[in-house]
Design a protein around this ligand. Structure first.
Ligand SMILES: Nc1nc2c(ncn2[C@@H]2O[C@H](COP(=O)(O)OP(=O)(O)OP(=O)(O)O)[C@@H](O)[C@H]2O)c(=O)[nH]1
Ligand SMILES: [Mg+2]
Ligand SMILES: [Zn+2]
Length: 311
């Protein structure tokens, strides 16, 4: 019997999976009825999954294999779907597995920095227990050093911030270090420069390989499915469709307050233990906002998000 190799699933196209080994071997694999999964429910194989596979004799020049085992996922980002109480978890679709950090790409301008979007990602990252890295691209457009005004609020929170310009290369090495040896999910608004940054990080050569090794006829730029790219020196980045696509059903009007982490130290002082920090008397969070110990912008964003969540 052939030896079992192990690798990471870097692309899913229908029932065909590209698995990449640590030494860079790329193998097109399929599953078989005897494929064993250590995960319950959800889809059998997702981008980011660590799998065991065996090579088989192939007619084409590309190596082919059979996935024998799918390892237990540490994390999973799940596609948004209608929340129906009686549905079992089996219907969930995992967009990407084993991510260890979320990377929100924003831009200083064109499109302008959007702090409400940053707040949404902070809530989402907190609810998924994933660290968030905020990347601000296009700092070459910031001639007067205005970017720190946008970031003042976030400098006080527990998240990494990296200023870059894909145009002139500033900050790219620092970003590279923050991504080293990790599995990072990129998202952000259209036009902020995600593709440009990924191109810089992985090198054009790598992108072209991914393009030609996948016979869908679609380019990597029309990223509807998830594709993962290996970073030279270790680690992976994946261009995701963004939180609009993710399941946010874990965030409710009741638990939102726990995901604004700077509120936490004041909450025990609220007169009511179930305080929503909106209309209740004796609210310590509101008092902290009034004394600007909590940034008023963040509190306003909390109210706006609370409003947008269904009762
Ligand atoms: N000035 C400036 N322009 C940039 C920078 N990075 C990217 N751009 C430009 O911004 C535009 C959008 O870049 P993309 O990389 O396509 O953006 P994206 O986030 O992948 O957009 P979608 O694929 O639509 O989500 C392009 O015209 C880039 O040339 C930068 O650092 N500075
Ligand atoms: Mg793009
Ligand atoms: Zn309160």
């Amino acid at each position: 019997m052939k030896e079992t190799l192990s690798g990471v699933v870097t692309r899913v196209t229908g029932a065909s999976y590209i698995v990449e080994t640590a030494d860079g071997l790329k193998v097109r694999c399929r599953t078989v009825p005897s494929t064993v999964s250590e995960n319950e429910g959800a889809n059998l194989v997702a981008v980011g999954d660590r799998v065991g596979f065996r090579l088989k004799v192939s007619e084409t020049d590309m190596a082919e294999g059979v996935i024998t085992r799918v390892e237990k996922r540490c994390t999973a980002l799940v596609r948004r779907r209608e929340v129906r109480r009686n549905r079992s978890k089996e219907k969930e679709q995992v967009i990407v597995a084993n991510i260890d950090q979320l990377v929100l790409i924003t831009s200083f301008d064109d499109p302008p920095f959007n702090s409400r979007l940053v707040d949404r990602y902070l809530v989402f990252a907190e609810s998924e227990k994933l660290p968030l890295l905020i990347v601000v691209n296009k700092i070459d457009l910031d001639e007067d050093g205005m970017v720190e005004e946008d970031l003042e609020v976030y400098r006080q929170l527990d998240c990494n911030i990296c200023l870059v310009s894909a145009e002139d290369g500033r900050g790219i090495e620092e970003l590279r270090e923050l991504l080293h040896d990790r599995m990072s999910a990129f998202s952000g608004h259209s036009g902020v420069g995600k593709s440009t940054i990924i191109n810089l990080l992985v090198g054009r050569e790598e992108l072209r390989t991914a393009e030609t090794s996948c016979k869908t006829g679609k380019g990597v730029h029309t990223t509807t499915s998830s594709a993962m790219f290996s970073l030279p020196g270790g680690g992976y980045v994946i261009d995701t469709p963004g939180i609009r696509e993710f399941n946010l059903s874990g965030i409710t009007r009741e638990n939102l307050r726990f995901y604004y982490t700077e509120f936490l130290r004041y909450m025990p002082e609220c007169a009511f233990s179930s305080c929503s920090h909106t209309v209740e008397p004796g609210c310590a969070v509101i008092a902290a906002v009034e004394s600007e110990s909590i940034a008023p912008e963040r509190y306003e964003s909390y109210l706006a998000l609370l409003d947008s969540l269904e009762e």
